[in-house]
Design a protein around this ligand. Structure first.
Ligand SMILES: Nc1ncnc2c1ncn2[C@@H]1O[C@H](COP(=O)(O)OP(=O)(O)OP(=O)(O)O)[C@@H](O)[C@H]1O
Length: 248
């Protein structure tokens, strides 16, 4: 018996999830299923609860009520840590170390070693176009390079599920396109991807989008279904019609 769930088990299942900080309700009544192999985008104004929701899915944070399941397992659960890749909104890197040393450190956490580790480091750094900067200390990296290195770390162990919080912020348009080609190729190989974005043309590339407003999931559907539902031609107009509004 392997420990992979059957494809019938959703990648992520949220049931009536709620989370508050003090007296402030940040998420309420969030129910959602993301299928395995799906590319799912979370959209919503700044402060609407996207990052909080991603953290609940990773198990970094726990819901106050409701259930969060990841690959069939009730979260939070520490042993699930190797099963997904997570790109946090802010980069968590060791500045004094080189990129390669950072990658080696995370590889050991993910249980990668030997030739496979070296191959994966080169492959992940190739995706983000940083191979020639492998031996540079991270302190000498630009903000965009740090973001790309963080993405390489999230991809390092070829996880079956990737959670990416604003993956292309600070990345130039050319590289953004090549990263998106890779994200779509991963999806086509069966990886589940859940990401947050404020970029409408990125939202358009998702299989389905969930719109969050003030902690509630207000609409879920494919980009074309959301456009049809609102009688709009662009996902940006659909987003506004569905109450997405401007950034707070
Ligand atoms: N640990 C915390 N303690 C208190 N408040 C928090 C905490 N984490 C998040 N919040 C609050 O919860 C709300 C939602 O934050 P969250 O980061 O989930 O929003 P977001 O949709 O990801 O925003 P952005 O698009 O700007 O990243 C915000 O008002 C934020 O201040």
């Amino acid at each position: 018996m392997n420990d992979y769930p059957s494809p019938a088990v959703p990648a992520v299942e949220l049931e009536a999830v709620a989370r508050s900080f003090g007296s402030r309700t940040v998420l309420e009544g969030v129910t959602l299923q993301v299928a395995r192999g799906e590319l799912f985008g979370l959209l919503g104004p700044s402060g609407s609860g996207k990052t909080t929701l991603i953290k609940l899915i990773t198990g970094i944070d726990a819901a106050d009520s409701g259930t969060v399941r990841l690959l069939g397992e009730r979260m939070p659960k520490l042993s699930m840590f190797q099963r997904f890749g997570y790109l946090a909104q802010s980069d968590a890197l060791y500045g004094e170390l080189t990129a390669k040393e950072n990658l080696q450190f995370f590889a050991s956490l993910f249980g990668l070693s030997g030739t496979r580790r070296d191959e994966r480091i080169r492959a992940a750094m190739g995706v983000v176009d940083l191979l020639e900067h492998l031996n540079k200390p991270v302190n000498a990296y630009s903000g965009g390079m740090k973001r790309r290195l963080s993405l390489a770390i999230a991809l390092l162990h070829e996880p079956e599920l990737l959670l990416l919080d604003e993956p292309t912020v600070g990345i130039d348009p050319v590289l953004r396109q090549s990263i998106w080609r890779e994200l779509l190729a991963m999806r086509d190989r069966g990886t589940t991807l859940i990401l947050t974005t404020h970029v409408m043309d990125e939202a358009d590339k998702c299989d389905r989008i969930g719109l969050i407003r003030e902690g509630r999931l207000t609409a879920v559907g494919s980009p074309s279904a959301l456009k049809a539902q609102t009688g709009t031609d662009t996902i940006e107009d659909a987003f506004i019609a569905l109450g997405g509004g401007a950034r707070a």
